[in-house]
Design a protein around this ligand. Structure first.
Ligand code: KIV
Ligand code: ZN
Length: 548
């Protein structure tokens, strides 16, 4: 649509894709209100314009999401996830904080060479050296963005920087100007904006936009805001920052009070046109805003006047990949991607869904990639059939991986009636992880039961050598873990031990997540098996193998 003045003085700008700022002009003009004589057609055009507005999706799973202690990803894992994020049409992928570690730097370099459609973003503080390193890391990126910023709340200004508002404002401006020397696309974050006084925040936003910021991020760093308050903060900026139409305003909400999705949507409803999110809502403490929740809310609520380009059918698969690679189980009742998200157990609900799915479902599970139909895979299926199903799920295996996965599949098919997509994801994840492991569980026997002393014998292969130990304990898992520890001669503390059934039924696969501590470092282990004691010991061995 060409730029056009509608009667009544409402300016409807054209909608160049990926041009920051145009919505700001629109919102300011529209905010003035429609004159009483406004024709009905104009209102329809206006609504259509609003409906067509693009919301940029900025994924920070690989940066803020990955800050969870013990969930760090290596470069190969980050590349794998970045490819999946690009395939689902994420607009911007924040891949790391390059000055913080050589691993982050390397990941950004490698992802920049491979991902060409999404913009690659690198984080920095408002420090010249950080920005130099970020620019360096982004050297190969086809589309690149530097994300720089500084704390703007009085807590940060006084206690973190021992500074004052004027000095922080100058540092913010200087950082944006410096980053603009390297790249055209510079995003500024006002850390702890959620607790920053609005008047000062508006001054900072105006100044950084003037300095060249194309996107301004308003993080609720501590997850303190309530939705109405966060929405009002964004609205305040649109009302009080004269040059706000020159930049995109972004949300970045943490989930400490369980408000991240609500706050993000409140931000969008008040003019924000970029959302910073992570898959499964992973992130430090209570996590970040979950991408799948925001995108699906926008998709199924027609009264939220924006659209994203996200291919939502990828959600289930990407959620699995993040959960497996980060060793972070998805809670069963997690919105959109939890295993119970579409499970109707009460008779009344089942009856209603059978008569008309929409009686109890607001989202078609197929829209988020949940395929609830049972896959025709049996113990008689061959490698080709298995590989066909892996490929259907977007899992690519080399010959060695497929052979190993096939062995696991046959064992599972022997003791489980239905092999479903979740089982296949588990088989793939465990296989690809195990092949890299230097220590394996070869044999396990446990004796336990009422009025008996639990005993376990384990045989481990450590760098090709077989070693055996037997131990007693207060249960079969305790006994087996003691036996394993006696073979690895390390002080290991079990920090977390979580067993989950994938679907239902006593023949189901149990997945086990384990967190251990050794010399102050945290290591994660994962396994899945129809025998939960075996799964537990395998997960324990998987975690310990990362130490050795
Ligand atoms: O939560 C936060 O404030 C951040 C910034 C570094 C963007 O993650
Ligand atoms: Zn954050």
């Amino acid at each position: 649509m060409p730029p056009e003045f509608l009667s009544g003085g409402i300016y409807v700008p054209d909608r160049p894709e990926r041009t920051p700022g145009h919505h700001g002009t629109f919102l300011r003009k529209a905010k003035a209100g429609l004159p009483a004589v406004q024709a009905e057609k104009d209102i329809t055009d206006l609504n259509q314009y609003i409906m067509d507005q693009k919301l940029y999706v900025f994924d920070t799973t690989l940066r803020d999401g990955e800050q969870v202690p013990g969930c760090q990803l290596n470069t190969i894992e980050k590349i794998e996830l970045a490819k999946q994020l690009e395939a689902m049409k994420v607009d911007i992928i924040e891949c790391g904080f390059p000055i913080s570690s050589p691993g982050d730097f390397k990941s950004i370099v490698e992802i920049s060479k491979i991902v060409t459609e999404s913009t690659i973003c690198a984080l920095s503080r408002a420090v010249e050296k950080d920005i130099d390193v970020a620019a360096d890391a982004l050297h190969f990126a086809r589309r690149k963005r530097i994300h720089t910023g500084i704390g703007t709340s009085d807590y940060h200004i006084r206690y973190k920087f021992n500074s004052d508002r004027e000095e922080i404002l100058q540092r913010a401006v200087a950082a944006v100007k410096y980053a603009r020397k390297y790249v055209e696309d510079v995003e500024f974050y006002a850390e702890d904006a959620g607790r920053t006084e609005n008047e000062y925040l508006a001054r900072v936003v105006e100044a950084v936009i003037k300095a060249g910021a194309t996107v301004v991020n308003i993080p609720d760093t501590t997850g303190y805001c309530l939705p109405e308050e966060y929405g009002a903060k964004i609205r305040y900026l649109f009302d009080n920052v004269p040059n706000i139409d020159k930049a995109i305003i972004s949300t970045h909400c943490h989930n400490d009070l369980g408000m991240a999705t609500a706050n993000t949507l409140a931000g969008v409803l008040n003019g924000a046109r970029q959302v910073e999110v992570t898959i499964n809502g992973v992130g430090e403490r209570a996590g970040n805003t979950a991408m799948e929740e925001v995108v699906m809310a926008i998709k199924c609520r027609k009264d939220i006047p924006v659209k994203t380009d996200i291919l939502t059918r990828h959600f289930y698969k990407v959620s699995h990949a993040v959960s497996t690679l980060m060793r972070m189980p998805v809670q069963p009742n997690k919105a959109i991607v939890g295993r119970n998200a579409f499970a109707h157990s009460s008779g009344i609900h089942q009856d209603g869904v059978l008569k008309n799915r929409e009686s109890y479902e607001i989202i078609d599970p197929v829209d988020v990639g949940v395929n609830d139909s049972t896959i025709e895979l049996t113990a008689r299926s061959g490698r080709a059939a298995l590989n066909h199903h892996f490929l259907r799920l977007g899992i690519h295996m080399n010959k060695e991986e497929l052979d190993s996965a096939y062995d696991k599949f046959l064992k599972l098919a022997d003791c489980k009636k239905e092999i479903n997509d979740s089982d296949l994801y588990i088989i793939a994840g465990v296989t690809q992880d195990k092949l890299k492991q230097r220590m394996h569980l070869k044999y396990l026997q446990v004796v336990c039961g009422k009025n008996s002393i639990p005993m376990a014998t384990v045989k481990l292969i450590i760098d090709g050598e077989e070693c055996v130990a037997t131990s007693s304990g207060n249960g079969p898992v305790d006994a087996a873990f003691k036996a394993v520890r006696s073979l690895v001669h390390r002080k290991i503390t079990l920090e977390e031990y979580l067993v989950q059934a994938i679907t239902r039924g006593t023949d189901d696969v149990g997945q086990v997540h384990i967190q251990i501590e050794n010399k102050g470092n945290i290591y994660y282990g994962f396994s899945a098996n129809t025998d939960i004691v075996t799964a537990s010991v395998e997960a324990y061995v998987n975690a310990i193998s990362k130490i050795i």
